[in-house]
Design a protein around this ligand. Structure first.
Ligand code: PEP
Ligand code: MN
Length: 347
């Protein structure tokens, strides 16, 4: 059930609801509703007489199974990543190589990405590779290179975590942890990611439904971390022409289901460099809160995913076009905004 608590409710009211849930052995999580009040999601039914308290608003018994992630819980959220807002209406560009390739290489890539308009740096230190013989990433050394690149450029960093026991280590270095497509339904990993407060970018499983994806986000929220960002990165269909197929229905579709910000990754979503710019911009047209794009000063020699990696010059063109497009879309769709009063989440 979802219990709304009004802005003027005494603190004791939300405390009493949380205590009542605990007494019944239920999990309860509270998120601010953006109007000074809060919504409390409870993993079952607390007898209503126990809720005759001042400041209790609407009580919803019927709601989506991903209750904390759903729009029924609160309107659009903004997640802060090292000082950069995601979900406040201004699209954010996240760029960098697929894998961290060395300290100097990463700093060079980060400078180029920043000059092209990126606000966040990406780069994998722990890489999930299809082949055990492919480069697996530099591990913790790669995390140190990411920290050095942040120091040099001021760009907050996003990097993947693959194992539950690595969550704390990666969180020491990263500003946002990435959970990749192959781990979207790794529930022990999701639970651990729920126990930290650093933002988590949850990529869609390439064979997962939108509801399964939102249930995975729910795991992170239910374990206590409200800072979740979704990333559509392409799904597998019957058609082998492209590596994956970017499902752009998901973007405006998610805006009708969840308050969580939504990013688009046109690199993995196409697998092909020549398609990246247009699909990136299609993601912006669809209403994405940002783009994550694999970028490398010399894509032909990238250690990982070179075929889908673009140059900083191409990234700069996407950035320019993205800003112009967004302004036009906001003007033309002023009566149907995708972002309604975003609320900044905090742990
Ligand atoms: C990546 O971002 O480099 C990556 C491995 O992504 P995905 O999990 O979407 O394949
Ligand atoms: Mn990649």
């Amino acid at each position: 059930m979802i219990v709304s608590v009004t802005a003027d409710a005494p603190h004791s009211t939300s405390e009493a609801v949380l205590a009542a849930a605990a007494e019944h052995g239920l999990t309860a999580r509270m998120l601010p509703d953006g109007n000074g009040g809060a919504a409390i999601g409870i993993s079952g039914v607390v007898p209503l007489p126990g809720l005759q308290l001042p400041g209790i608003g609407e009580i919803k018994m019927v709601h989506k199974p991903y209750m904390l992630a759903s729009l029924e819980m609160r309107p659009a959220s903004t997640v802060m990543v090292g000082g950069v807002p995601i979900g406040n209406g201004e699209p954010v560009l996240i760029a960098g190589p697929c894998a961290v390739e060395g300290r100097d290489e990463l700093i060079e890539a980060a400078r180029a990405a920043r000059a092209a308009g990126a606000r966040l740096l990406r780069g994998g230190a722990f890489k999930p590779r299809t082949s055990p013989y492919s480069f697996q990433g530099f591990g913790e050394e790669g995390l140190r290179h990411l920290a050095a690149a942040r120091e040099e450029t001021g760009l907050p960093v996003v990097t993947e975590v693959m194992e539950p026991d690595q969550v704390e280590l990666v969180a020491e270095y990263a500003d946002m942890l990435q959970i990749g497509t192959r781990n979207m339904a790794n529930f022990p990993l999701l639970k651990r990611a729920g126990q930290i407060t650093k933002p988590v970018m949850l990529k869609r499983g390439f064979a997962s439904t939108i509801e399964e994806w939102l249930m995975s986000a729910e795991y992170i929220l239910a374990h206590g971390n409200p800072n979740v960002v979704l990333c559509e990165r392409g799904i597998r269909t019957f058609d082998p022409t492209f590596r994956f197929n970017l499902d752009l229905n998901a973007v405006p579709g998610l805006k009708e289901l969840t308050h969580l910000p939504v990013l688009v990754d046109p690199s993995h979503g196409t697998g092909q460099r020549s398609l990246v710019a247009r699909m990136a911009l299609a993601g912006i047209a669809a209403g994405a809160d940002g783009l994550m794009i694999e970028t490398h000063p010399d894509p032909a020699h990238a250690l990982c995913d070179g075929a889908q990696t673009i140059t900083p010059a191409e990234l700069a063109r996407i950035h320019r076009t993205m800003l112009a497009m967004r302004a036009t879309i906001d003007e033309q769709f002023a009566d149907e905004p995708l972002v309604l009063d975003p609320i900044v989440l905090s742990a």
